[in-house]
Design a protein around this ligand. Structure first.
Ligand code: ADP
Ligand code: MG
Ligand code: MG
Length: 888
């Protein structure tokens, strides 16, 4: 298998492996792709991810064959650019860049200008005719290589630079002259020697292999592991290494470097978007050392900024760049995130990839690109990550609420967030672990802050542009972010924050508006989201392409209304016990539970009947004409019992029974393992009057609504926790009898179904028989997961984390269905149920009904619908459409 691939110049790009991200990583594949369509890409080569995997497995050894392949590939670069690696007269310099299948902050930073040493720097000064540039490049190289490969604290280099500038009374790096840089190089070399106990490596081959080794090793760094865990990236992919001829943006005023997006990644607007810096190298833009300038004149005007945009300052290079933007978008048929450098007026492309975007931008681009004829509706549906919609399904700041704006920074990632100020990533994680909402406030963020950014609801930085680390990561995570808020200053020792003249402390509350870049004091009022505009359009397209229905899990009229506005086509799970907990009813419920006799229970139930009927009526009014699955009482009765003496006394007053008597009854109801105890249909079997009351409430409410509106809902009465056919047979008879009673009292009938939840392994096994009694099955995958795995969801927090880390479970099985295991039971039950009753309705009502991976499985098994919590309904609609399009 080929281990090294060359790109650019006369390289042959025809091997499909070279365009395959799994082999050469995303960066490598796209560099080869750009070179092969004739774009100006500096020549280079890529060591495959397979070599990384092998290297790590074999304990860090490089075979001779790899040395040979790299040497040959270096000759390709040398021949293309006409320079030689290590040549003291005309040296070739290269960058060494990591690049996994997906872009991964957390891995090794790029090393630029590799190949410089005390001799080649002189040669570079001579051939370029620009000693300042040569020494600037050398000091950058020592710092990057020292930090990234040799592991020397970069603060030491930065400090030396700051002191050098101060000594000369200079403000910007660009004011340093050749001698200044040369002096700094001497100091840098001193730092390396004293930190390392040996000199900075002068041998260029040693430099190169050191950097390659560092890239491979960085795959297993802690930073990379954290990032992989947060993003579900497998540990066995490995990273590729890209070695590429340097082009120089730091060769004076006709040179520059920049990053750009072909459309606005925050809003999706079709406008070039980006930043550039004159006389700089790549890292400068991202690191926030200097404030970058706008790419286009329009963006500069809009921001009211003075420094010229690239469009104005370098019209020729800009024109060329714009041409490349359009070409790349047509080629990849997607928005691209691009890195480029201009060397003495000449444009070079250094990277392209599909750009990260906010959910809002993803929707707009998908819809726009269909309009532009760039992609089909189907592709548009497949482009948008269903989970990303979550960002848009949360409350946003009420435009009419008063805001006290403390300062305004850059609108780096949209969305609103309120929370307590925290000043470092560990604190963010700690406090959010305690259930607090926090806003991480930093001067700027770096990959070490990822866990804190993840824990925070919003991110605020004092420095950095729209493409700074904070901005890029926040957009990817869907966190609102305001970057470059320069009025913010942080005192880490005092744990305080100053915004202008206002001093705040860690723990004080602020609100961010990421779309406006505003930082506000306190918490600002929010409003509910709605599915308008592009969101609504994409949802309509999704509905056309999906086979499965989407219902909601809801038990209050407000939730039902919300779910309907999000497109729910009925209720998949209405949990009636929630209605029992209501303060006005709980004492009647308790009276029923603690009664000694059936007569006592019936008396209490009679009080509950009108309440429960009113609940159902309200829900049916919202869901008129739609199916509503209502689950009869499920939890063990002692969940409703009083806690503490005060509640017992209150109950004694209401019931006229003694406190001691009540406590004794409560004690009798205690269970050792309530999850497997007296609950679900077992309640209906032992206390049929409870289910009878609930069934009556359902049918009376349905008749009421049918009378009032002329259109009836379709109740689907669901019996929980069934394990045997006989349980369902008995309870179905009870429900049918009650229905008949109500219908003859009312002189009308409504359509209804009786069915069951499949949530015990035995029920799945016996589904064929159970289907004789059931018109529908709803997979209760929460309990089915608990009972199949023998894991209690509520007690699993202590070990589930390590189980996922060690790869025992690929993901939390309560979030994403264990398709291998629990999935088999679902599949089998669906088959057996259908074999008995061809038209049996099949759905899922566990938490998994809102998880895209689980939804794809439901499509494959051929379920009729999924049911999700109201806020997840749009996610489920899109995921169901994607599942249909992917062919289940
Ligand atoms: P990252 O993945 O962190 O963006 P990159 O490898 O893309 O790291 O490089 C970091 C910066 O260095 C980018 O701005 C990139 O454009 C620049 N760069 C990388 N290789 C070269 C090169 N051969 N010549 C000039 N600039 C380069
Ligand atoms: Mg890059
Ligand atoms: Mg259950």
């Amino acid at each position: 298998m080929q281990t090294v691939y060359t790109f650019g110049g006369s390289a042959d790009h025809s091997d499909p492996r070279q365009k395959d991200k799994t082999v050469v990583g995303g960066k490598g594949a796209n560099l080869a792709e750009m070179a092969s369509i004739g774009l100006p890409v500096p020549p280079g080569f890529t060591l495959t991810t397979e070599e990384c995997v092998r290297y790590l497995a074999e304990g860090g050894a490089f075979p001779d064959s790899l040395h040979t392949a790299v040497a040959a590939a270096l000759r390709h670069i040398e021949a293309t650019v006409g320079k030689r690696f290590g040549d003291k007269d005309n040296p070739l310099l290269v960058s060494v860049r990591s690049g996994a299948r997906v872009s991964m902050p957390g891995m090794m930073d790029t090393v630029l200008n590799l190949g410089l040493n005390d001799e080649t720097v002189e040669g570079l000064a001579r051939v370029s005719g620009d000693p300042r540039f040569a020494w600037d490049s050398y000091r950058r190289f020592i710092q990057m290589y020292g930090d990234v490969v040799l592991g020397i604290d970069h603060g030491l280099f930065e400090e030396a630079l700051e002191i050098a500038k101060e000594d000369k009374g200079l403000y910007a790096d660009t004011e340093m002259d050749s001698e200044d840089w040369q002096a700094l190089v001497a100091q840098y070399k001193g730092i390396v020697a004293s930190e390392l106990g040996r000199d900075f490596p002068q041998d260029v081959d040693e430099q190169l292999w050191g950097a390659i080794r560092a890239v491979f090793d960085s795959w297993d760094s802690d930073r990379a592991k954290v990032y992989r865990r947060l993003n579900d990236i497998p540990g066995d992919w490995g990273t590729a290494v890209n070695v590429q001829a340097m082009v120089f943006g730091n060769m004076g005023e006709t040179s520059a470097t920049g990053v750009a997006f072909t459309r606005d990644p925050a809003t999706g607007e079709r406008a070039y978007y980006g930043e550039y810096l004159i006389n700089a190298q790549g890292e400068d833009v991202v690191a926030g050392i200097r404030t970058p300038q706008y790419l286009t004149r329009a963006a500069r005007k809009l921001a009211g900024a003075k420094p010229l945009s690239m469009e104005e300052a370098m019209p020729d290079a800009y024109g060329e760049l714009a041409r490349v933007f359009d070409l790349l978008e047509r080629h990849y048929r997607d928005m691209q995130d691009i890195e480029f450098t201009v060397e003495r007026g000449h444009l070079w492309m250094l990277q392209t990839r599909s750009g990260k975007r906010t959910a809002r931008a993803a929707l707009r681009m998908a819809v726009d690109m269909v309009g532009e004829g760039l992609i089909s509706q189907e592709e548009a549906i497949l482009r948008v990550d269903p989970m990303a919609l979550d960002q848009l399904l949360h409350p946003t700041l009420d435009p009419d609420a008063p805001r006290e704006v403390l300062t305004t920074g850059l609108p780096a990632s949209p969305g609103a967030a309120s929370g307590k100020i925290v000043l470092d990533a560990d604190t963010a994680e700690l406090w959010s672990g305690r259930g607090e909402k926090v806003i991480l406030v930093r001067v700027e963020t770096s990959p070490e802050d990822i866990h804190g950014m993840h824990a925070a609801t919003g991110i605020l930085t004092a420095r950095g542009g729209m493409t700074s680390h904070a901005a890029v990561v926040a957009r990817g995570m869907g966190r609102p972010c305001v970057s470059g808020a320069s009025a913010v200053s942080i005192d880490l020792k005092a744990r305080t924050l100053r915004i202008g003249s206002l001093e705040m402390r860690e723990g004080d509350t602020i609100t961010l508006d990421g779309a406006k870049g505003q930082v506000m004091r306190g918490e600002v009022k929010t409003i509910e989201p709605e599915l308008a505009g592009d969101f609504g359009t994409l949802m309509e397209w999704a509905d056309v392409h999906r086979r499965m229905g989407v219902r909601t899990n809801a038990e209050t009229p407000a939730d039902c209304r919300m779910a309907r506005s999000f497109g729910a086509e009925g209720i998949g799970l209405c949990r009636t016990e929630h209605m029992f907990f209501d303060a006005s009813r709980i004492s009647a419920v308790r009276e029923m539970i603690l009664a000694d006799s059936e007569a006592g229970r019936r008396a209490a139930l009679a009080k509950l009947l009108p309440e429960q009927r009113a609940d159902f009526r309200e829900i049916f009014e919202v869901m008129v004409g739609l199916p509503c699955t209502i689950r009869l009482l499920d939890p063990p009765l002692h969940e409703f019992l009083p806690h503490g003496d005060a509640e017992f006394e209150e109950l004694a007053n209401v019931t006229g029974l003694g406190v001691d008597h009540l406590k004794r009854r409560a004690g009798e109801l205690h269970e050792f393992n309530p999850m497997l105890g007296h609950r679900g249909c077992r309640l209906g079997i032992t206390y049929p009057e409870i289910y009878e009351m609930q069934a009556r409430a359902i049918f009376e409410a349905a008749c009421d609504v049918a009378e009032a509106s002329g259109e009836a809902p379709v109740p689907e009465v669901m019996i929980p926790l069934v394990a045997t056919r006989r349980e369902l047979e008995l309870l179905r008879a009870l429900v049918d009898r009650t229905a008949q009673d109500v219908f003859s009292e009312r002189g009308r009938t409504v359509e209804y179904l009786v069915g069951t939840m499949i949530e015990l392994p035995r029920a799945a096994l016996m589904a064929g028989e159970i289907a004789e009694e059931a018109r529908f099955f709803s997979f209760g995958t929460n309990d089915l997961t608990q009972t199949t795995l023998g894991v209690s969801r509520d007690d699993s927090a202590r070990f589930l984390g390590p189980y996922v880390d060690k790869g025992i479970f690929a993901r939390d099985p309560f979030v994403s269905l264990d398709i291998e295991g629990v999935g088999q039971l679902v599949e089998m039950a669906a088959e057996r149920g259908r074999a008995t009753r061809a038209d049996i309705k099949l759905g899922i009502c566990g938490e998994h009904g809102g998880d895209p991976a689980s939804i794809a499985f439901c499509e494959k098994v051929g379920l009729d619908y999924v049911s999700a919590s109201p806020y997840r309904v749009p996610i489920a609609r899109l995921a169901a459409a994607q599942a249909s399009l992917k062919g289940g």
